[in-house]
Write a protein that binds this ligand. Structure first.
Ligand SMILES: N[C@@H](CCC(=O)N[C@@H](CS)C(=O)NCC(=O)O)C(=O)O
Length: 202
């Protein structure tokens, strides 16, 4: 299978998971501005939505939407325990966090990456991001290492990747120390280090 990605983008969560589950996979970067992949393919034919990630299982089977890719890969490898069993309360909690990161936190960052965003809109977006970060900071304030059952899950991977964007948009994690510790913990996992290195982040 092949993961289409952009360095540092939300596709990094899928890349980390592929490392966590020790999958056999390739990666290919995408220039989402031109719609051309690293090897010169037309990305719009692979993912008509134009954004990353996309996971191609084969030519006629491409999964898009980060949370769908994460759930698919975790379900393929139940031993990884990246997603608790179907119907369990733990699983619905992981999905709840995953959905919140996707629909609220991730989207709140979008105006901050758009050069055309005016200063007022940027300030509003930073405020929304900060509120969402505080929500997660409160969760970690009870001393847990990971969001659900104190076991790493796909929701942790996604939250880590999105929190990493703070440093690019001038948002400090100093006021959310429990979340900041979580981000450092996740950054030091061998899977995160390997995916960040392979994805050209250092
Ligand atoms: N709903 C999509 C959103 C994906 C998304 O926002 N991808 C961003 C990177 S994080 C992207 O490729 N944006 C296009 C660009 O940066 O040019 C998902 O969850 O997978």
């Amino acid at each position: 299978m092949k993961l289409y990605y952009k360095p540092g983008a939300c596709s990094l969560a899928s890349h980390i998971l592929l490392k966590e589950i020790d999958a056999d996979f390739e990666i290919e970067s995408v220039n989402t501005s031109t719609g051309i992949t690293e090897t010169g393919d037309d990305y719009t034919k692979i993912n008509p939505k134009g954004y990353v990630p996309a996971l191609a299982l084969r030519k006629d089977m491409v999964i898009t939407e980060g949370p769908a890719i994460l759930q698919y890969l975790a379900d393929l490898t139940p031993k990884s325990q990246m997603l608790p069993s179907l119907g369990s309360e733990s699983r619905v909690k992981v999905i709840e966090h995953l959905t919140y990161v996707s629909s609220e936190l991730h989207k709140a960052f979008s105006p901050l990456f758009n050069p055309a965003t005016d200063e007022t809109t940027k300030a509003q977006a930073k405020n929304t991001v900060s509120k969402n970060l505080e929500y997660f900071n409160q969760i970690f304030s009870d001393g847990r290492n990971y969001l659900v059952d104190n076991k790493v899950s796909i929701a942790d991977l996604y939250l880590f990747v999105v929190c990493n964007w703070c440093s690019f948009v001038g948002i400090s994690l100093e006021e959310t120390p429990h979340l900041s510790s979580f981000v450092s913990r996740m950054a030091n996992r061998p899977s995160s280090l390997a995916a960040m290195k392979a994805g050209g982040l250092f």
